[in-house]
Design a protein around this ligand. Sequence first.
Ligand code: S3P
Length: 428
Amino acid sequence: MVPSARFVRLRRVSRFHGSFALAGDKSISHRLALLGALAHGRTTIGNFSAAADCQSTLDCLALMGVPVTRHGPEVTIDGRGPESWYAPSAPLDAGNSGSTLRMLAGPLAGRPFRATLSGDASLNRRPMERIAVPLRAMGARIQTTDGRPPMTIEGGSLSGIDWRLPVASAQVKTAVLLAGLQADGTTTVHEPHASRDHTERLLPAFGVEVRKDGGALSVRRQDLRAFSMDVPGDVSSAAFLLVAALVLPDAHVRVEHVLLNPGRTAFLDVLRAMGGDLTVGVDSEAPEPVGWIEARSSRLHGITVDPAVVPALIDEVPALAVAAALAEGTFTVSGAAELRVKESDRIAALADGLGRMGAAVEERPDGLVIEGGRPLHGASVASHDDHRIAMALAVAALSADGETEIEGGACVAVSFPDFLDLVRRASR
Ligand code: S3P
């Protein structure tokens, strides 16, 4: 395997063994940084994500005067409340990170200055009106560029709203709730299906009261107090190593101290229903469930995924698609149109990449149908500059005949910089 700026080359492996403790979960790291910056006092974050995306969040906060220090995986934020944030002297660059841009928009809506949020070419193609519409309704002035970044926010006094999300999105939910912490009255968010719940789990740890009524969440204007936490390992990164263990011969992977939030582990249920040999143990529960996962070589078969669980496994569809291509029978996922507006159009990118490697993948407007069991062969494939597409194709390459060349494969650093090193170690 030769990682280079442009290409990653991989071949079939005959074994895959390892015990891993991964860098902190990306979703939780973003939120701890944001909440620490809104709080009063010192927030210390251990095992902060190694992802480039989470560094983007820290860089944006620093550009507004938030005192952030980082020593490897330990991040310290000396929060002085949102009143201490000042207007950034340059556009806030969220890089590839939709979470940074969308979630930061919430607190910025309540700040009395103008800030422009932008990103790389991929992020600047992604939809932002889903954030702008509720924040405008609360009183912020927001301009997008044809619905996309760059997005300029002129914040100020906000009023609470009662907001029904048209599409389940934890980023939108978070942005509206964080804006609600600076708004007059009550802010309530309803979701069509449950998305990841890290924000509502972590806010109480920062001293914020979150009211839950059925699927609705409400907050009122409140101060946050600092909270320190070690971030459990990123379960979305683990997904690629676990799928590799299931589909490869002579394979066993154990992941320690990993996030086990049920809003993130639905992919494990799908893999188990496909015949995957997976064992899970919980070590602790609050504020986030943490434990270990083991996976071993398995004979997998296709299933139909319930669309209601799709928001809880949306980031794992690329890994599941590889498992499906190497399983017997038909695998169907629908209700996943959001995949078309992720870091790439993941439905098209998976059909393209896995298809070039010999898999039978049919694109649907809102999902994929994969006829598994065809032998995969090495090919020249494109990451579409999407970290999760690159990792999915890398796992497929480990079981393909011949060499696979992944263009732009170095983009794995967006979420999992150590991925290729760990793969190399496990297959030695
Ligand atoms: C995330 C929410 C999801 C997910 C993304 C991270 C989060 O996006 O795909 O990778 O941390 O809140 P949506 O909010 O667009 O569903």
